[in-house]
Each structure stands twice: as C-alpha cells, then as structure tokens.
Ligand binder design. Structure first.
Ligand code: ADP
Length: 747
C-alpha cells in the first residue's frame, strides 16, 4: 500500500525535504553511484563507520573500506546486474573504528535506484548497527547453553510445548529419560504413549486441567521407557498465554525420580510393615524424653490401652504416669535407672484406668543416647498383658492344684525334661525315701535309691526311651528310709507338642512289692504243687498204661473206653501242669534253655507225624520251599513245644475244616515256619493280645474251645528267647496263619 505522505518516486519529492528527512532518520543512509563513488551519507551512517564526511564523500567506496572490498564488490555488482536489492541481516563486519579493528554487526540493505528511463543510477545503502542486539542474542544463547549444561548435569530435562499444535522442543536429556538415544527428538504424542495408562488418566490429565486454571503444571507419574523399564518422572511447568489470555505455550522441566521414588516406596513399605507389626502385636508406641520423662509421639493404640480416644482427646505428656498403680512406682523407677546403664527399659506394671479398672501393661523401650544436640530419649512400646497375667495366674493355680494332687497321692510321681533330666518329684518320693527334695534333683540324685543291681539297666532303658521318644516301663527296687528295698513298677510317657517334640516326661512309680511277693508265693506254690502232683499223676499214668496193655484188647467196651479216657485226661493234666510250671518259670526268669544244633526240617516233619498219630480229624499238609539243610541252634524240646502248640491250636480252632497247612522256608538269615488253618479266625484288634498271658478270644465259648490262654504266651517267650519272632495273619471266619522265625545256624 502506498503511503500518501511519501509519494514515489523520490525525484517527485521536493529537493531538500528528502535530504532533511534522511538526515534525521535513525539509521545510516548513503548513496553510492554506479561507479561506486559515495555521493552522500547521513550523520548516522558516518557515525556508524566512525568517519567524517570529508573522508568519504566523493571517494570510491572500496578506497574508503579497503578491508571490505572483496566482500562488498561482488554484492554490489550483483545488485546492479539483477536489479534485486540485497538484504543482509546481522552481517558481521570487521571495521576499523578509531584505529581499532572491531567486529560489528549490521543489518544492511543495498537497494538499486533507477532513473525513470530505467537506467541504473545509485545504490541506496541503508545500515542499522545491530552489534548490541547480536551481543545480547549471543549472551542469551550462552545463557541457554549454560542452562542446558546445568539442567543436564542436575539430571533435569527441559521442554517447551506449543499448546496450539502440540509440537514440543526438548533438551536431549529428555530423550534419555524416555529411553531413547541422546539426540533423538521425541514428539509429545510419543511421550504420552510412554505414560502408564492409569497415571496418564488419573495424574497427568488432571494435572493439565489444574494447570489450565492455575498456570502451574506439576506431577509425578510412572512411565515405561522405550527399553521397557518402569520409571518415575517429575514434571514442573508453567503455562504462557497470548494477549487474548489463550494458553499458547508451556515451558517446563522434567526429572527422572525413579531412585527417590523407589526409596520412598521402600520406606513407605517398611513403615507400613512396622505399623502392621505393631498393630498385630497390639503394641502401643511412644517416645519419651529420658530426663523429664515427658512423653510424645503416642500412637493411637498407646492411648486406647490407657482408655483414651486418640481422635477426640487431648493428652498431656505425663498422662501415663497418672495411671500407674502406686505400688509399682518403685518398680518403674528402678527400671528407668537400670536403663541408664543397660540401654534397655523393661518393666511390668499395673495401671488404674479412669473407671477404676485395673490392667497389666508391659513397657519395653530402648534408651537412645543424645546425638547432634538432641536429648537422650526412650523409644518404646506398651503392651496390654492383662489377659496374659490372668492366664499366668490360672496356670499357676492349676499347677498348684496338680502339685497338691500329686503330693496327696501315695504313688511316686516325677517329671522329666525333654532331655531326660528329672526336675520334679512329689511328696510321696520324699516320704518314702526319707531324703530331701534337692538331693533328688542334683545330678542323677534319684539313682541313689535304685537298687545297684538294676541301676545299669535302668539307665539304659531310660536313655533309650528319651532318645527314641518311646514310653518307659521298668521294674526296679527303691530303697526306703529304713534302708529296705521294695519293688516298684515305673512307667513314663512323653508329652509331645504339635510338632512331635517331647515337652515333658510324666512318670509314676507304683509299689508292686506286695504283688511281686504274692506272685513269688504263687510261683512257689505252683512249683511245689507241680512237684507234689507229679508223683501221683505219673503213677496213675503208669498204671493206666499197664492196664491198657493188659486189658486193651478186652471185649469189655466200657473198660477200654474208660482206660482211653483216663489216659487222655492224664495227658491233658500233664500238659497243663507243664504249662503252669513254664509260666511260673518264665515269670521268675528261670525257664531254662538247652540249646544245640539240629535240622529244623526233621523236627517239623517229626512233630507233624506225632500229631497225626494222635489227631485224625485233620489233614496236615507240609510244604518245604528252598533248601533242605535248614539248621538252627536252639532248644529242640522247646521248639517242638512251640510247633505242637500252634498245630493243636490250628486243629482246635478250625472244627469245621479238615485242612491244616504247614510251610517251612528261609527268609534272609532266618528259618520261618507257618501254620495255617481255615477255622474261626480272629479280628484285627485281637491279634496282638492273644500273646498275652491268660488272654482268650474264645473265652466266652468255653464249651467249644476249652483252654487257659497261656499256650501262646509261652510260645512267644520261647521264640523271643531264641532271638526269633512270632506273628499272625488272620481273618474272622476265614482262618489264621501263625508264623515263627528262628535265626539260621551260622556256618
Ligand atoms: P488257649 O488256646 O488255651 O485259650 P492260647 O494262648 O493257645 O490259649 O491261645 C490264646 C487265644 O488265641 C485263644 O483263646 C484263641 O482265642 C486264640 N487263638 C489261638 N490260636 C488260634 C487259631 N488258630 N485260630 C483262632 N484263634 C486262635
């Protein structure tokens, strides 16, 4: 658009007006003719070049600025030729000013001027010195560089976001935060893409909304960087607005705060763990100035133990002291004194609550010495132990009750620790032995009253029980206060915890002396009776046999039957007397064994033959597996007795079947004999008991199966005294299979 006050061309202007305007304009202006001669210049121009009018007007421009000739000449020639003006912003120019070569900057224009006929006439040269501007610009650039260095060394990235088109300019460190190569430019879109979805929605977008209102943009959020690492970033920015108050730009910094956050989270977690632990253990927490005993930092639990509501009540620093039961003030003071030397504060005290109720609490704290000018203080916990104390009381009571009970009974009662040490004996022990309590506890003090003959075996059995956690049972003699020995049966059972570890041994020792003596009398009686009966029975047996020989073929059926019956009954009586004698011998440990080498195969077959001769009711099948030379070192008569017993039982307890199977085989280094019948059988629970003395499953059925229940007891004793084993497999109404094993003769 043309300005009406400055109509073109210049020649149309009044002479002098233009000159005076040019003279006053704040930029340098000069006219150079086609021969490069300076025709005119205004003051500003002269000032810029620091020369006087005389020095330049009418002179060739290249003479005036010889240092510029190489640069300037092609420019001017080009302007002349192309008729296009030359603009040069911030042109650096080495200029000699007042004898000093200075680096100056100009914005300058060489504009061609033509005559109306189009002939080139002048170069209009307009020069504005911008040295200051360029310097300022450079300064800013330097500042920026410095800022860049500063931000990068402090691990801070900078960014500049255009809010209109979302274009972002950022420092290279920002790329690094997002896991890109150092120089990579990343778009705003890319950056957003790295944010953890949840944080983008809940943190970043909300922060942006807030920024639009307040102008400040600030958040901490998580990103997954390009390499897949989870990181925490912190952003702090500011919004800039245009004249219409529209947000146009946002500038800010960003930091990688992963390390701090991780530590923060760890700290939070450990705080949380501590709190959970405190909560779970129902501990109240407090800190206390050791000198003044002022408390601070009470936890809500601390206050609630004392019966206060942490939310509504304001408490003073000596609230705890007010509640201590007066009787325990001394305990507390002593504990505080002790803490000074040990560093640990510990005591239990009763407290009286506002409503008069009494509670027990336990205080535990650490005295932390003063550091960096702070006073020494106690950091501690308080625990409500009322229930615990109540428990303790009940346990004490019940222990007293049991002790009383234990002391009141006439039987000896004792308690051992898991390692076998005896730590308690009841009153009856002292009463019996006439010794005092402590002599029993010291060392193996109790062993002193055990008869010397039984001491070694006693220790062996007790050690065995303790080691294997198995019940203890032993008959031994204890010396009483009159130095007399009496027989006791001691038994102990281990008390196990839920993991099967022994917590205690509880034992009793029962006086069985009278019983033992009666047993001895009984055994003596049986022996004597046996002895006394033997002569008449043998005599009767001899006469019956003689009579049978003489009258056995008689036609008198009654006589023959009677003689057979007498002989049978005499045999049974003999057998029974033998068994009774055996029992009494077993009990007094005097069943003699006469061992020798013999073939078990021969013994088994012979015994079977004998039984077959006497009992025709059953078929006895024999089966031998493996080697024939099965030799043992044993008491032949006793082993015959064992097999005899098993065979007669098999026949007796299988009245409705005809078969009995006997097997002989070798297993490992043992010979095994089995006797199988298909009779009445037994139930599982009975299987172990049948080897006990006088035990009879068939006891109720005395008519069908007469007996005393001592055969198997003797059998078991004989087999075990040969280091053998006896066992049974049986099923009710199906039959039984008895086995016994004997060690093979070592060759
Ligand atoms: P007795 O046979 O004199 O009663 P034992 O000691 O020989 O005494 O046997 C003990 C008990 O074992 C018997 O009363 C019987 O109940 C049971 N018993 C023994 N052998 C057999 C068997 N073969 N079948 C079923 N029960 C048996």
């Amino acid at each position: 658009m043309m300005n009406p006050q400055f109509p073109q061309p210049l020649s149309a202007m009044k002479e002098g007006v233009l000159e005076s305007i040019i003279e006053k304009v704040p930029f340098g202006f000069s006219l150079i003719n086609a021969d490069y001669v300076l025709e005119s210049a205004n003051d500003a121009w002269l000032k810029i070049i620091q020369k006087s009018e005389n020095e330049v007007i009418g002179k060739n421009v290249f003479d005036v600025f010889p240092e510029m000739k190489d640069l300037l000449k092609p420019i001017l020639e080009n302007v002349k030729e192309t008729k296009q003006p030359f603009y040069s912003p911030e042109y650096s120019w080495k200029l000699m000013r007042q004898g000093i070569l200075e680096n100056v900057f100009f914005n300058f224009v060489y504009h061609p001027i033509y005559t109306d006929s189009g002939r080139f006439q002048h170069f209009a040269c307009v020069v504005i010195e911008v040295t200051d501007l360029v310097e300022t610009k450079n300064k800013i650039k330097n500042e920026e560089e410095r800022l860049r260095l500063a931000t990068e060394s402090s691990h801070t990235a900078t960014w500049d976001l255009n809010l209109k088109n979302s274009e972002i300019i950022h420092s290279s460190y920002l790329s690094k935060i997002f896991g890109y190569e150092d120089g990579d430019a990343i778009s705003h879109q890319q950056m957003r893409g790295h944010l953890v979805e949840y944080d983008r929605i809940n943190i970043v977008e909300k922060a942006y909304e807030r920024a639009l209102k307040t102008g400040k943009y600030k958040y901490e959020a998580r990103i997954i960087d390009k390499k897949g690492n989870l990181k925490w970033i912190f952003t702090n920015g500011k919004i800039f607005r245009d004249e219409e108050n529209q947000p146009i730009r946002m500038l800010g910094v960003m930091q990688d705060i992963t390390e701090r956050k991780t530590n923060e989270i760890l700290l939070q977690e450990s705080h949380h763990q501590l709190n959970t632990a405190l909560d779970a253990t129902k501990l109240g927490r407090f800190d206390m100035d050791y000198e003044t005993q002022h408390k601070y930092n009470f936890s809500p639990r601390f206050l609630s133990i004392l019966g206060y509501d942490a939310d509504t009540e304001n408490l003073d620093c000596k609230v705890f002291e007010k509640h201590i039961h007066p009787k325990y003030l001394k305990v507390r003071n002593e504990a505080l004194k002790k803490a000074k030397s040990t560093g640990d504060l510990y005591y239990q005290t009763k407290i009286i609550l506002r409503d008069g109720k009494v509670k027990w609490v336990e205080i535990y704290g650490r005295l932390l010495e003063s550091f960096e000018g702070s006073k020494p203080y106690v950091s501690g916990t308080m625990r409500d132990i009322t229930d615990l104390k109540e428990f303790e009381r009940k346990i004490r009571e019940s222990e007293q009750k049991y002790r009383f009970l234990a002391d009141a009974i006439p039987q000896i009662v004792w308690i051992g620790e898991s390692d076998g040490r005896l730590t308690y004996f009841n009153q009856a022990t002292m009463d019996y032995s006439g010794k005092d309590y402590n002599t029993f506890l010291e060392g193996n003090g109790w062993l002193d009253i055990v008869h010397p003959n039984e001491r070694d075996e006693n220790i062996r059995l007790w050690t065995d029980s303790v080691t294997h956690k198995i019940p203890f049972s032993f008959e031994h003699r204890f010396r009483n206060k009159n130095n007399e020995y009496r027989w006791f049966l001691s038994r102990a059972a281990p008390q196990l915890d839920e993991f099967g570890n022994v917590t205690k041994w509880v034992g009793t020792s029962t006086d069985i002396d009278d019983m033992k003596k009666q047993d001895e009398h009984k055994n003596n009686f049986i022996k004597i009776a046996n002895h006394e009966l033997k002569t008449p029975v043998t005599t009767i047996k001899g006469y019956v046999q003689l009579l049978k020989k003489m009258r056995g073929n008689s036609d008198d059926k009654f006589l023959v039957n009677s003689l057979n019956t007498i002989e049978n009954q005499i045999n049974k009586l003999n057998h029974l007397m033998g068994e009774l004698l055996d029992i009494s011998r077993i009990e007094s440990g005097k069943l003699p064994l006469h061992k020798g080498d013999f073939s078990l195969l021969k013994l088994v077959t012979e015994t079977i033959e004998d039984i077959k001769a006497a009992e025709q009711s059953h078929h006895i099948n024999f089966e031998l597996s493996g080697a024939k030379d099965i030799e043992v070192f044993a008491d032949k008569d006793r082993i015959t007795q064992v097999l005899n017993n098993l065979l007669t039982n098999a026949i007796k307890y299988s009245p409705n079947s005809k078969e009995v199977n006997v097997q002989l085989f070798v297993e490992g280094n043992c010979a095994v004999v089995s006797v199988e019948d298909f009779g009445i059988g037994m139930d599982e629970p009975e299987l172990n008991k049948i080897f006990e003395r006088f035990y009879r499953v068939s006891g109720e059925d005395e008519v069908t199966f007469p007996g005393f229940g001592i055969g198997l007891f003797i059998v078991k004793d004989i087999v075990e005294r040969h280091e053998g084993k006896i066992w049974v497999e049986s099923e009710k109404q199906k039959g039984s299979k008895f086995y016994f094993s004997l060690p093979l003769l070592e060759k």
